[in-house]
Design a protein around this ligand. Structure first.
Ligand SMILES: [Zn+2]
Length: 561
């Protein structure tokens, strides 16, 4: 709250100077309304060149260069910002996140992201129970794992019931486990495995009574989640504003949204409202998932009648179908012949219409099914310029990556193994895990590798935590699972999070680097990303974030204390 009002004050101040300066811009196209000087500006241009200062006019970058040269471009009323030697990066873009969904409930859910102990996590439940009315739901919808807790364990139903006896409590772990308090079991009327289909299993105690723990996958968990009361439209809008500001505080200025389980046409009303009211502080490129199994292609054909490729503007645009295309391929295992045929039919249609696609795929063992389909379509409708991205695929082999490269597919690598690395090590052995994911190999092959988090059910949305993991391959529990031979360099990791993710959003001509003509989307960092110890990269924050030259977040010294 404090920070918000501080940054609002600064924004008003800056807005006034920009309005004053915009008259000067008419006189000379090269007159800047804002100058950032005395810094270390990582432009992330093709040479990864570094500059001391940057001039902004009318929301775009006019020029970069020395402090003296940039100050010469300043109009009479221009705002001069002394960076004090700080590092500036292009605003970060999360190339695959369920941000619109996370935003809807950000104001009403209990957030366990980054909480260091189970004791603190339970304290947040206790505080929510004290603040809310008896009978109202307390929801933790993911973003945590027991490896982050000093206690190294998950909560039990009885300890949750003890601290929130009068509220139904829902605590989801990734897409594999759910804890429901007794009140929640009662409210949802869950008595046996038939109530948690498909594939869910109730854990039972010695008396064969359900304990409240449910082992289930994404599909079943989505169905249970859909039964929870929805936040009101006002709560959704408030949550969305807060979530996007939170993203701004972490240097995020853009997202590629993957839709996701439990996302329906009505789920987009809050983000559209912020967009229409010009209150969106993150650029959104959104994908549209098939809403239900069975009629995927017909549903998406219908929904996209009014959504041609790229429909929208520079703050929000439609980026194409995905990540759930055909529900049959969303099983993380084998796809049936029928499912494969339906996938081919869907993708052929998408290619013929020129849509960008996001494709969820695990594991490498079955990705040939997907690549066969895409190769078949490519003969009739070349897909290489459509920016289709394969997501996840943490165990991609070199052969699969070569096939992806020859089709011009993008590989979107998320930091899921930051949470799941130890489990992977157990499954495949330490030696195999060292090669997962093969980021350096993919880059050597020339693939565009995009960055992102897949937050917030399965991971944290913090891009600096993600950048740290790309560089050191070390999990939240402190286990180094991936070897350095597959690590990107700091430069490459930053390129993944800026220009490559902007490429996934079909926006690389407008943003993702700090070059003249591009939007002034940038973040001034609390520490130097290029020289900070790797272990400290996850702690970096933005102290000043701009979207189109407008301040969307400011912390001291750029906001009044
Ligand atoms: Zn996803």
């Amino acid at each position: 709250m404090m920070l918000k009002s501080r940054s609002a004050k600064f924004t008003r101040y800056l807005a006034a100077t920009i309005i004053a300066a915009s008259f000067a811009t008419i006189a000379s196209a090269q007159t800047a309304d804002t100058i950032l000087f005395n810094g270390k500006i990582l432009t992330v241009d093709k040479d990864f060149s570094q500059q001391e200062a940057l001039a902004i006019g009318d929301g775009r970058i006019l020029a970069t260069g020395t402090s003296a040269a940039m100050k010469k471009l300043a109009g009479d009323k221009a705002r001069l910002v002394d960076l004090g030697g700080r590092t500036v990066i292009p605003g970060l873009t999360d190339g695959h996140i369920h941000g619109i969904r996370a935003a809807l409930t950000f104001g009403t859910e209990v957030n366990w992201i980054g909480v260091p102990t189970l004791k603190d996590a339970l304290e947040k439940i206790r505080a929510a129970a004290a603040a809310q009315k008896p009978g109202s739901w307390i929801v933790v919808a993911g973003g945590w794992t027991e490896a982050q807790f000093a206690e190294k364990r998950r909560p039990t139903p009885s300890e949750v019931a003890a601290i929130a006896p009068d509220n139904p409590v829902y605590i989801q772990h990734l897409y594999d486990w759910l804890l429901l308090s007794p009140k929640a079991m009662e409210a949802l009327n869950i008595r046996d495995d038939n109530d948690v289909t498909p594939g869910g299993k109730l854990a039972r105690d010695g008396d064969n009574k359900p304990t409240g723990i449910i082992e289930a996958g994404g599909n079943a968990l989505g169905r249970i989640f859909d039964k929870l009361p929805k936040p009101t439209m006002e709560q959704q809008i408030d949550g969305s504003k807060k979530f996007f500001r939170e993203m701004n505080s972490l240097g995020i200025t853009g997202i590629v949204d993957g839709g996701g389980v439990s996302m329906y046409p009505a789920s987009y009303q809050a983000v559209f409202k912020l967009w229409r009211d010009k209150q969106l502080t993150v650029r959104v490129a959104y994908h549209l998932c098939s809403p239900k199994p069975g009629s995927e292609l017909a549903d998406v054909q219908n929904l996209t009648q009014l959504l041609p490729p790229g429909f929208g503007d520079s703050m929000l645009h439609f980026n194409g179908p995905g990540e759930i295309i055909i529900w049959a391929d969303w099983t993380d295992g084998d796809i049936t012949p029928d499912g494969k045929a339906k996938l081919a039919e869907f993708l052929r249609w998408a290619a013929s219409k020129g849509y960008t696609i996001q494709l969820h795929w695990n594991p490498d063992r079955t990705v040939h099914d997907l690549l066969d389909v895409v190769e078949g379509i490519d003969k009739d409708y070349p897909v290489r310029d459509l920016r289709w991205a394969v997501l996840h695929l943490y165990n991609a082999s070199e052969d699969s990556l070569k096939r992806m490269k020859s089709l011009g597919l993008i590989w979107g690598v998320q930091d899921g193994l930051y949470f799941g690395g130890e489990r992977l090590q157990k499954e495949v052995g330490a030696e195999q895990a060292r090669m997962m994911p093969r980021i350096a190999t993919a880059m050597k092959l020339g693939l565009v590798v995009g960055a992102g988090t897949d937050a917030h059910r399965v991971s944290s949305y913090n891009p600096f935590v993600s950048l740290q993991w790309y560089l050191d391959g070390t999990t939240i529990g402190g286990t180094k699972t991936r070897g350095d031979e597959e690590a990107p360099s700091r430069r490459q990791a930053l390129e993944m999070y800026t220009r490559n993710s902007a490429f996934m959003a079909n926006d690389d001509d407008k943003r993702g680097t700090l070059e003249p003509g591009k939007f002034a989307d940038l973040a001034v960092l609390s520490a130097d990303y290029m020289t900070a110890p790797v272990n400290d990269i996850g702690k970096i924050r933005s102290v000043l974030t701009m979207v189109g030259g407008k301040v969307v977040y400011a912390a001291p010294p750029f906001a009044e204390r």
